[in-house]
Every structure is written in structure tokens, then in C-alpha cells.
Design a protein around this ligand. Sequence first.
Ligand SMILES: CC(C)(COP(=O)(O)OP(=O)(O)OC[C@H]1O[C@@H](n2cnc3c(N)ncnc32)[C@H](O)[C@@H]1OP(=O)(O)O)[C@@H](O)C(=O)NCCC(=O)NCCS
Length: 154
Amino acid sequence: MQCDFSLPPECTLRKAVPHDIWLIIFVVFRARLDPSQLRWQQFWIIECDGRLIAFGQLRKFHSAQELGSLFVAPAWRNRGLGTFLVQHLIAQATQPLYLKCLKPGLAEFYRRRGFVPVTFKDLPLSLKPKFQLSQLRKSLLKAFVLFMKYQDPG
Ligand SMILES: CC(C)(COP(=O)(O)OP(=O)(O)OC[C@H]1O[C@@H](n2cnc3c(N)ncnc32)[C@H](O)[C@@H]1OP(=O)(O)O)[C@@H](O)C(=O)NCCC(=O)NCCS
């Protein structure tokens, strides 16, 4: 996917280091994001003047990865940072890349960034145990749940 956006000059992208994990955990719980695999080694961070303003991670599964924990601080939203992180995580992924989306608006966000819907049946075996509960909510409670896979346009 083409990336024609560069970070503002005061912002930098870096891999997370061990001490970042406490702030990540705090934000993940406060924003009610999926709290699984909060391992600092899997996170990428954008910081501005030394302050963490955005992050995202690639969760590990057998023969698959999941893009998750995507967060941009409210004051920094709608300036391209979320897209920049998604594109970076896509570029870093070494296995087929999936995600789970619980809001229609976010599904559109990811669709525009190269992800396509897939059925539960078509998920890799290693992801099914984790996504099983969401699938139940979808089929029993008719909750909005969309599984998506990154499709390389090339
Ligand atoms: C979703 C999120 C990461 C986007 O970050 P961002 O830096 O604002 O994203 P960008 O500036 O690159 O792009 C803005 C896009 O996000 C969309 N967007 C902004 N807020 C949104 C929201 N609450 N829900 C859905 N989409 C949203 C905009 O419509 C825009 O989409 P478009 O460019 O396709 O028209 C950010 O809103 C966020 O941190 N939300 C809270 C945490 C969250 O929901 N994370 C996703 C977990 S799967």
C-alpha cells in the first residue's frame, strides 16, 4: 500500500521498550481496547516531544498475526497518525494479517486501508479460539463483529 504521509517533524516512530508497557496497559484499559497480548516487544509507538501519542501492535499466533491495540491520543486524531501506524504495522507483518472489528465505522477505516471481511470459517485455526467468543456474540446477540484480513493490492 502506498504511503504518501510522513510524520510531523516533532513526532517519531519507534519500537516500544519495556518501560512503555505501563502507559500502554493504562490506556488500553481506559479506552476499553482488547487487553490480550500486552507484550511491549510487539508494540510500535509514535511519540511527540518525548510523549507517547499513539501505538499499535502485532499479536502473534501460529502462522498468523493480528493487528491490534491501535490507539491515537484524542488531540492527535484525524491527522493521519492512525493510518501511518496501520501502514507501518502492515509493512512489519511477516504472516497473514487479521483483525477483529467491533464498530461499523472502524470497519470502514480498515477497509479503506486494505483489509477485507472474512468469515469465521475462513480464519486460521490459531485465531479461532480467541475470536470464538466474538463469533458467539455475533451469531447469538447479533452484535456487530467483523473479522478482516489484509489483502495486498499488489
Ligand atoms: C481509530 C483511530 C486509531 C484512528 O486514528 P486517527 O489518527 O484519527 O486516524 P487517521 O487520522 O489516520 O484517519 C482518520 C480516519 O479515522 C476515522 N475515524 C476517526 N475516529 C473514528 C472512530 N471513533 N471510529 C471510526 N472511525 C474513526 C475517520 O473517519 C477517518 O477515516 P477516513 O480517512 O477513512 O475517512 C483513533 O480514532 C482511535 O484511537 N480511536 C480509539 C481507539 C480505537 O477505537 N482503536 C481501534 C481498535 S480496533
